[in-house]
Design a protein around this ligand. Structure first.
Ligand SMILES: Nc1ncnc2c1ncn2[C@@H]1O[C@H](COP(=O)(O)OP(=O)(O)OP(=O)(O)O)[C@@H](O)[C@H]1O
Length: 385
């Protein structure tokens, strides 16, 4: 029987393979899978690529041009690349949307994290009152988890102060492909904020059913991709948003942020009551602004002490399951400065004690995830030995 001969790869194959290594910067999937490469021609040592952008005036045009040029000039014999940009037709955009939604043209947007078998861990970061550092904790945990190689998204649902984009250095607006919203990304974290869709401070608008609908859209219409972790920055208190989220994402776990102050007990009660009512798990408590380290190394407990532990103990009693104190974050002006500059302290100044404390909380969350999701795999590997 004759042995089948594998034809030698042609230059066209090499070009196709090189184009497949280029990801769309927003969607983060190969341009060849997304129907963006209309075609290419080769003349001598120059390749001309016809590329279809999802929207006209795509801000990432230059990045695509550079990435395509770099990928193609790595092929021996190719020295010149011309990218000819066009724009997808409505039909092509619809086809792309259906590809992103899993291949069904008629698929209605669903919340991927609420589907059975979803591997995304959802943490809703809550606090009883404003200004305790809920957003700062959220962005630092997000950046620290992304740094550990996890795929991370943050949904800023704080209708009163959407500070997450600023703290993560995101200033772009999300682009749309038909009804899908592409989240901007910074420090490896995908970010969507309710503030990206309102002019000025429109907290009043985001109430009741409208808020519920908006959250549903952010969860279903945003192309999050395969996330390992989704962090939600909730508004302070236990209002409409917490209830809505519990309905939309029943598997979300609540992470409580508090300061060491005595009023913390009240926070615990409220968060506990919500968790009981919605049957959501409480993943733990983070105490922020725990102390200020003095030049002589002593600790000044600006807001008192013990609040985090009190909240954790009280929640443990309320829900009848262990709710640990996951960490204590000291007061440090660098936390604020790093947030104001758009690079969370865990990245900007990883050796600072506050950064180390935040990193340790991220480690506990990351480990927890592996221990839950990774276990069956470990058992299989052992069984084979
Ligand atoms: N450990 C810390 N050390 C120093 N400053 C901090 C610390 N944590 C937070 N801050 C600062 O305190 C202020 C309030 O923090 P942040 O915005 O994170 O709180 P929040 O609970 O999300 O508030 P709100 O719910 O009102 O938006 C910010 O200026 C932030 O930079």
């Amino acid at each position: 029987m004759a042995t089948p001969v594998t034809p030698a790869p042609t230059l066209e194959d090499a070009i196709q393979a090189a184009l497949a290594t280029v990801d769309d910067p927003e969607i983060r999937r190969p341009i060849t899978d997304l129907g963006m490469v209309k075609g290419f021609t080769v003349a001598g040592s120059t390749v001309k690529v016809e590329l279809l952008l999802t929207v006209a005036g795509c801000p990432l045009r230059d990045k695509l041009n550079n990435d395509i040029t770099a990928a193609l000039t790595a092929i021996p014999g190719i020295t010149g690349v011309v990218v000819d940009f066009g724009v997808m037709s409505e039909e092509q955009r619809k086809a792309l949307q259906s590809t992103l939604r899993g291949g069904s043209a008629t698929a209605e947007p669903v919340i991927p994290f609420a589907q059975p078998g979803s591997r995304t861990r959802v943490y809703a970061v809550a606090s009883g009152k404003g200004g305790v550092g809920k957003s700062s904790v959220t962005v630092n945990l997000a950046a620290a988890l992304a740094q550990r190689g996890l795929s991370v998204g943050v949904l800023d649902a704080d209708i009163y102060g959407h500070s997450v984009p600023r703290m993560l250095g995101v200033d772009g607006r999300p682009t749309r492909v038909e009804e899908m919203i592409m989240p901007p990304q910074s420090h490896g974290v995908k970010v969507i904020s309710i503030g990206m869709f309102t002019a000025g401070n429109a907290a009043v608008v985001w109430r009741g059913p409208m808020l519920h609908r908006a959250l549903q859209q952010f969860l279903a219409d945003v192309y999050w991709g395969d996330l390992d972790v989704l962090l939600l920055d909730l508004p302070p208190g236990t209002g409409d948003v917490a209830i809505s989220l519990a309905q939309l994402l029943p598997n979300a776990e609540i992470l409580v942020v508090t300061t060491p102050q005595a009023a913390a007990a009240e926070v615990a009660e409220r968060a506990g009551a919500i968790a009981l009512q919605t049957h959501q798990r409480l993943v733990g408590v983070v105490e922020n602004m725990s102390w200020l380290e003095m030049p002589d190394g002593s600790r000044m407990e600006v807001f008192g002490s013990g609040g985090g532990q009190t909240v954790a103990d009280s929640l443990t009693r309320t829900v009848g399951a262990s709710v640990p104190l996951l960490g204590q974050i000291p007061l440090d002006t660098r936390v604020r400065e790093a947030g104001d500059a758009g690079t969370p302290i865990v990245l900007a100044d990883p050796e600072a004690p506050a950064a180390k404390a935040l990193d340790a909380v991220a480690d506990r969350l990351a480990l927890r995830r592996e221990s839950l999701v990774g276990k069956p795999l470990g058992l299989m590997v052992n069984a084979r030995r």
